[in-house]
Structure formats: C-alpha cells, structure tokens
Design a protein around this ligand. Structure first.
Ligand SMILES: Nc1nc2c(ncn2[C@@H]2O[C@H](COP(=O)(O)OP(=O)(O)OP(=O)(O)O)[C@@H](O)[C@H]2O)c(=O)[nH]1
Ligand SMILES: [Mg+2]
Length: 442
C-alpha cells in the first residue's frame, strides 16, 4: 500500500543521504521534491502546503546534533510531522450504559457490510460480545450477505427481512442485545451512489432511534480525494465520530489517508486491508507514517543512535581526541558500541557522513571487515592497544595467528589507525573524529 509515494520519498532521502551538510537551499530542494511526491499521491494541496511549511521551519532551524546526520534529521522531522498530520490513534469510545451501538454508514460498495463483520470479529477478540444488525432493506442480498458472514464467524446477526423500516430493525436489534446480554451492537446500513437527502434523513432517523456512541463512515481509500469529500459531506450532515478507511491494500497513493484528518476533521479509527474478515487494523499514525516513509528500520536506528551516543560519551571521546591520546582501546570501545546498535550493514548507512557508502560496499563484505578488525585488536594485549608503537614483527606475527589473519592485514590496520590518529589530531572534534573513524572501513 502507498508504494508509489514510498518509492518517491525514499529516492529523495537517498539523494539527501549523500550530503554531508545541509544548506537552506538544499532543504528547499528536498522540500520541493517531497511536495511533488505528496501532490502526486493525491494529498490535498492545503495539507501539502501546511505540511511543507512545518517541516521547513523545523529543518532550517534545526540544531546540529551529534547523533544524527543532516539527512536523518530531515527524515525524523518528516516522520514526526506526518504523524501529526495523520491525527490521533484510533480507538472506539465505548462508554455509558451497554449495549454500545456502533453505526456504520457510507456510500454503496465502500465496504460497510464487510466491515461490520470485521469489527465484530475484532471486538470479540478484545473481549466483547457483539451483535450485528442487518438494516439494509434495499437490496435482498444485503441481509443474506451479513448472515453468511455471521455464520462464518459463528457470531450472531439480528435480521428481520426487508419489510420493516431501518430505524425499527435497529431499535429491535438493540432491545434484543440488551435482553440477551450482548454489550456491543454493530449496525449495517444501506448505501447510496451518492449523498442524498433521503439517505441522510434515514440515517438520522436511525441515529435518533438507537443513539449510537460511534457513527463511523466507511470510505473507500482508492477513491482518493473523493473519499475526503464524502467524509466532509457526511460529517456536516449527520455528524461522524470517526472513519474506517477500506481497500487501503489497493491504494498505491495514500492521499485519502493523509488528508482525511486535516480536511474532513474526522479521525481515522481503522484501516481495512483486504477482503477477509481479519483484514482490519487499528489505526496507528506512527506505524502508518513509518510505512509511508518505507523505513521502519531506519527510524528505529535513529532512535537507537540518539540513545546510544549520549552527550557524556561524546565529550569524553572529544577530550581524548583533543589530548591526542585516542588509542586502540578507545577504538575498540567505540567499535563495540556501534556493534550493539544492530546489524552493521544498516548502521553504516545511518552514520553521519557514510550515507553513500553502503551502496558501494556489500553488507557481507563490510561485516566481514568489521569482524576481522575487531579480532585483530582483541588479539593485542592492553598494553599494545594503548601503545601500538611497541608492536614489532614478532608481536605482529602473534597477533595475526591469534586473530586468524595475516601479518599484512595487521600491518594494514595499524597503518590505517596511524593515518586516522593524524587526521583526528587535525580535526580534533568529536563528531568529525567519529566520521574519520568510520571512514576506515570504507
Ligand atoms: N481489497 C479490499 N476489498 C474490500 C475491503 N473492504 C471491502 N472490500 C470489498 O468491497 C466490496 C464491497 O464490500 P461490501 O462490504 O459489500 O460494501 P458495502 O458498503 O456494504 O456495499 P453496499 O451494501 O452495496 O452499499 C466487496 O467485494 C468486498 O470484498 C478492503 O479493505 N480491501
Ligand atoms: Mg452492504
């Protein structure tokens, strides 16, 4: 789902990752591309405008942090603002005296009947006893459709054919639920091709008759902005408490989901992600935002990087670098900290200044190199690590044997380390020092 938008955003971030620093002009360029990607995804233009303005303000004013590269910072801001745009997590407000009535409304074919069954199943799993009510009296097949779903789920459906009025059937359903101890009643209603007065009048009559705690619009995500217009229309006329966006599995763009909260003012509570009755997800803005960005792993890494490289450590390292006393012990310590963060191939991409490296070096090669370097240093005595100058040829032979490498590899590592020490003395700054350290493995 949303694969088109995800592809475009990832391309933007990949290019961004190759830049060491971000000037205002770079930020503007990136935002232009994000703006375009969102508009192509059919996100409402006002939502796009507002979103870009918020990201820009934060990205330009963002403090340079030790732990995140400029690209990571932009990703982080985009992620957070996307969550903000998507709205609050979906939850049903089941309060007051039971039975709680949940009424589903929506246009024809949007997925109401299917969603009634999905909701019933979800509620049962979360400890409720739901009763489904078939009040779509317009199509003979509609009642049967819900009854079939009920049998599949082995859950009860209240139906009275097509001859009573929907408000009567719904009121009877609620009475039945109260009598038999069901605590939630889910109403299936009839859909129309478009919003019309007759339909709204009937839905209002049902609402008056059974006083639902939730009136949820079922809207087809594949219709994009049209779904947002439909939501606005329903909300103005009968008042909605939320929305279930269906067919998200077939929606490559994502415009409806992203615009819905901001334009229609209706919170999304669930996503329908398939035809089967288990294809219902509680709406989690943070998870959806990660999915839209297509970088769940990367976002986790950003969090971990922020937590791991804390200020105290950075300062200690910086002091050691200033004093030019950074030795192979420090090196090993840094190294092991980086390893704690997770698989190396992922982390390399995330380290400041290393954005482009991973495409060039395969993950297997990098991981092998890291292991070899670590093995060599671990085969040294603490004294050797503190003072590599004492490493004569017989010591080097011993280290090579101990680490399963060759003397040439040991020599190469020591040479790289000396170069790095020199470079660090020149740079003398914690973060840049880290970059130098990491560059060794390229
Ligand atoms: N792929 C996919 N299909 C869905 C989803 N939800 C519903 N459908 C399909 O959409 C079609 C219409 O679903 P219904 O539940 O009958 O829709 P409805 O709103 O009750 O339709 P009417 O009663 O005619 O107004 C069916 O073929 C469903 O299988 C979904 O989340 N994903
Ligand atoms: Mg139906």
């Amino acid at each position: 789902m949303f694969e088109n938008l995800t592809d475009k955003l990832q391309a933007v971030f990949r290019r961004l990752g190759k830049r060491g620093i971000l000037r205002e002009a770079d930020v503007d360029e990136v935002l232009r591309e994000i703006r375009l990607a969102l508009l192509e995804a059919d996100v409402h233009y006002k939502v796009v405008k507002d979103f870009i303005a918020r990201v820009r303000e934060r990205a330009v004013g963002a403090e340079i942090t030790r732990s995140l590269s400029p690209a990571q910072q932009v990703i982080k801001i985009v992620h957070e603002e996307l969550i903000e745009t998507l709205g609050e997590p979906g939850r049903l407000e089941l309060k007051g005296p039971a039975p709680y009535v949940i009424m589903l409304v929506g246009l024809q074919g949007s997925g109401k009947t299917t969603t009634v069954a999905k909701l019933a199943r979800y509620l049962k799993q979360t400890g409720h006893l739901p009763l489904m009510v078939a009040s779509d009296t317009y199509r003979p097949a509609a009642v049967t459709q819900l009854e079939v779903l009920g049998r599949q789920l082995e859950m009860p459906v209240h139906s009275e054919g097509q001859h009573l009025s929907p408000p009567r059937i719904c009121a009877n359903g609620v009475r039945e639920a109260r009598r038999r101890g069901y605590d939630v009643v889910i109403l299936d209603t009839a859909g129309r091709l478009q919003i019309d007065q007759e339909m709204m009048g009937e839905l209002e009559a049902v609402k008056r008759a059974v006083k639902p705690v939730e009136t949820l619009l079922v809207a087809d995500a594949m219709t994009g902005q049209e779904a947002v217009n439909v939501a606005s229309g329903f909300h103005q006329q009968i008042g909605l408490t939320g929305l279930i966006l269906t067919k998200v599995d077939g929606d490559a763009r994502g415009g409806a989901a992203i615009s819905m909260r901001a334009v229609a003012g209706v919170p999304i509570k669930f996503l329908g992600t398939g035809e089967k009755t288990d294809a219902l997800e509680v709406f989690h803005p943070d998870r959806l935002a990660s999915r839209i960005l297509g970088m769940g792993d990367v976002l986790t890494l950003i969090e971990r990087a922020e937590a791991t490289f804390d200020e105290e450590q950075a300062e200690r390292l910086e002091r050691r670098l200033r004093e030019a006393s950074f030795d192979l012990e420090d090196f090993l310590e840094q190294f092991q900290q980086i390893k704690q963060m997770g698989p190396l191939s992922q982390i390399l991409d995330m380290l400041p200044g290393l954005g482009g490296l991973v495409q060039e070096v395969s993950p297997e090669v990098t991981d092998r190199q890291f292991k070899r370097i670590e093995a060599i240093i671990l085969s040294m005595t603490p004294e050797e690590r503190r003072n590599p100058r004492i490493l004569n040829s017989s010591r080097r032979k011993r280290i090579a044997r101990g680490s399963g490498t060759t003397v040439q590899e040991v020599n190469a590592l020591l040479k790289q380390f000396r170069q790095m020490q020199r470079m660090m003395k020149q740079l003398g700054k914690g973060k840049k020092g880290m970059r130098g350290l990491m560059r060794m493995f390229g």
